[in-house]
Design a protein around this ligand. Structure first.
Ligand code: 6R9
Length: 664
């Protein structure tokens, strides 16, 4: 197991507790600690009955389910399998039918600051028209569509339109390269690719359609029949005759009514690719029923959503947080939400605070990396400090994607929340579908830097490498001991990888292995996530496999060997550091700088801007064991600038350490 990225001592010594005190606690969905305990007890008494109750309460079923959990093909679990429903119906039609059609669903703010407001009626019309447009291109239940779009109303409508037809969507983050896009189009066997001409971020127009064009020339995309293009900037209009179709005119001529396609609860709602420790990104497959139930329930439990709340999650729809806490959870729960196209630092680093002020945001959910960069910005320029804005509407703050250090937590608590708002540090993963370990704001006292306790029904535990429980205060592997409804169903095209990666035999084959190290506080039993135990990096909350970056590096004509490790970074959490052996003599000085920049741009092009290495070091070789394994543990120490004091007796070439140390 790796040494955890955050310091275990600082966490175990963190004894501050912030008990719930807000005046709204007594009317919260889960109003106090006893209510939380009672829900946990209910799940323990009757596990299936508990989940069946939540599935009935949170969703409208077209055909009610009679079976709750089917474990006959474990670990390929099925939930609510004989029930039928439609996700888009649950997100839109049911609110309109309940008389809430005029409620605002989305307050969209563009990069340039233009606001568009859509009610549930409006959204239902647009999604229905969009679904009819997809139908006119021959899309039917079970077909796959790749969505490569900006943060936009069109992007959300597109996901919902796919769901309405039972079309399986796979959203690819707009910052990924043509190569990464091609990999995903091929693996999923997409029949349709949906994109925009360009995207706008921070006042700049960036390509999308031209990247799709490039991806489609790379081979393996024979199944793609059409490319549907949203006109966002007007900056790119090369269209391929017969293949490419403009979105707006096609949607415009459709009927505003579209009967939802009722699907089985286990019908895949979407596949989202994420980085694993080895090989190519894996397509995490989610179900319709179990996933949507938990997306909805956690809106009520974690975020204590009320009818008048204005919810804002700053994630991108290209990540799981954007799926669960923008496209599906808030809409299924009938919320009013803010959707933002741009970035937190444009036109200045007060943008988030200004938007909270302008829109009257009550629940604000963002990532530690954004908070840390805004702390830095407000230290450099007092004008963008949150104190300059009216943030009094806020009542709840959220954090997601990576560990939040206690200093950033305290700053967020005091300066953004005015010491009035609980901070919900929500731990979960692409694979878990929704929040797993997170405080319920009226029920759980908070400790800075801890995601506190599992939500009711989630059997989280920490075990050693043989699968035995460890005691509080002792580090180990985070596992979930029983299946839960919103869990990953399989890895698309690779069930074997699902089984061996998430349910390893060493742990008995029954526990879900999260891939994170964790420890529980001796007194409170609170969970502290210590970071990934596999070769996955977390850069600004984005998951990146070291393998992906390494293979991008070695595809550069000059590179013989590459090893990627993470290095602690005060803003991005972790930064990418690459050790490289060239096919020629090792460069020094200016030449080393120039080749390093060339390799950086190469990786950026191969994987995407988020994977651009921060640091590149050259050596004649890498530290290896006698059996030829790269000793990453040593590279991690070198990257951190630590003295190497650990055992290096298995190292074949100890001299190399000195060279790599000097190479900075
Ligand atoms: C939702 C999301 C998952 C990985 C996960 C862990 C890290 C997420 C965290 C956290 C500490 C938190 N992570 N939330 N670590 N505290 N509150 O981020 O999904 O992109 O799949 O990343 O992110 O390492 O394993 P995903």
């Amino acid at each position: 197991m790796h040494e955890p990225s955050s310091n275990i001592q600082s966490v175990l010594q963190e004894n501050r507790l912030f008990p719930p005190f807000a005046n709204w606690c007594s009317t919260a969905a889960v109003p106090n600690h006893d209510a939380y305990e009672e829900l946990c007890a209910e799940a323990n008494r009757d596990y299936e009955g508990f989940w069946a109750r939540l599935a009935r309460e949170n969703l409208d079923w077209y055909q009610p389910f009679t079976q709750t959990l089917d474990e006959s093909e474990a670990p390929f679990y099925k939930w609510f399998a004989d029930g039928k429903l439609n996700a888009s119906y649950n997100c839109l039609d049911r609110h309109v039918k309940a008389g809430n059609g005029n409620k605002v669903a989305i307050r969209f703010e563009s990069d340039a600051g233009v606001v568009t407001i859509l009610t549930y009626n409006d959204l239902l019309r647009r999604v229905s028209k969009t679904a009819n447009a997809l139908k006119s291109l021959g899309m039917v239940k079970g077909d796959r569509a790749i969505i490569y779009m900006p943060m936009s109303i069109e992007g959300i409508c597109m996901m919902q339109a796919c769901a309405r037809l039972g079309v399986i969507h796979s959203v690819v983050f707009g910052g990924f390269s043509s190569k990464a896009l091609n990999d995903r189009i091929v693996d999923i066997g997409a029949k349709l690719v949906i994109t925009a001409d360009e995207q706008t971020r921070g006042g700049k127009n960036l390509p999308l359609k031209s990247t799709v064009d490039e991806a489609l020339t790379m081979g393996g995309c024979e199944a793609v029949e059409h490319v549907l293009v949203n006109r966002r900037t007007g900056g790119y209009d090369k269209m391929q005759e017969g293949r490419d179709v403009w979105l707006e005119p096609l949607v415009e001529k459709q009927l505003a009514k579209c009967e939802p396609t009722w699907v089985e609860a286990e019908h895949p709602l979407f596949v989202l690719y994420t980085s694993g420790s080895t090989g190519s990104p894996k397509g995490v497959q989610h179900s319709t029923g179990g996933y949507l139930m938990w997306a909805t329930q956690t809106m009520k439990w974690t975020f204590d959503l009320r009818p008048n709340d204005v919810f804002w999650c700053t994630a991108d729809i290209g990540w799981i947080t954007g799926h669960t806490y923008i496209t599906y959870g808030p809409l299924s729960a009938g919320a009013t939400q803010i959707v933002f196209e741009g970035i937190p630092t444009y036109p200045d680093s007060g943008r988030f605070w200004k938007m909270i002020d302008d829109h009257g945001c009550t629940i604000f959910h963002t990532a530690p990396t954004a908070i840390r960069s805004l702390i830095k910005a407000s230290e450099m320029d007092d004008k963008v400090h949150p104190k300059n804005y009216n943030l009094s509407t806020l009542r709840i703050l959220g954090s997601v994607g990576e560990p939040i250090n206690p200093e950033a937590w305290m700053w967020y608590y005091k300066n953004v929340g005015g010491s009035r708002c609980p901070i919900l540090d929500t731990f979960w993963q692409t694979e878990t579908g929704g929040n797993m370990i997170a405080p319920m704001p009226a029920a759980i006292a908070l400790t800075p830097g801890s995601c506190t306790l599992p939500l009711p029904g989630i059997q989280a535990a920490i075990v050693d490498e043989a699968g035995h429980d460890v005691e509080n205060g002792q580090g180990g592997l985070l596992v979930i001991k029983r299946p839960w409804p919103s869990m990953i169903r399989t890895v698309w095209n690779n069930p074997e990888r699902y089984k061996s990666g998430y349910f390893p035999e060493e742990l008995g084959g029954k526990y879900y292995l999260a891939g994170d190290g964790a420890v529980r506080h001796v007194d409170t039993s609170y969970f502290q996530i210590m970071g990934r135990i596999d070769d996955v990096l977390n850069v600004s909350g984005h998951r990146l496999g070291t393998m992906e970056i390494e293979s991008a590096c070695v595809s550069h004509p000059l590179v013989a060997e590459a090893a990627v490790v993470g290095k602690p970074d005060s803003v991005t959490g972790e930064a990418i550091c690459v050790f490289i052996v060239l096919k020629r003599e090792t460069p020094v000085g200016e030449e080393a700088k120039q080749i390093a920049n060339e390799i950086r741009d190469w990786v950026r092009k191969e994987v995407g801007p988020i994977a651009r290495p921060k640091e590149i070091r050259f050596g004649d070789n890498l530290p290896k064991t006698r059996s030829g394994k790269i000793m990453r543990r040593l590279l991690r120490s070198l990257a951190k600038g630590e003295e190497i004091t650990s055992d290096i007796s298995t190292l074949e070439n100890p001299g190399i350490l000195e060279q790599l140390k000097q190479s900075l």
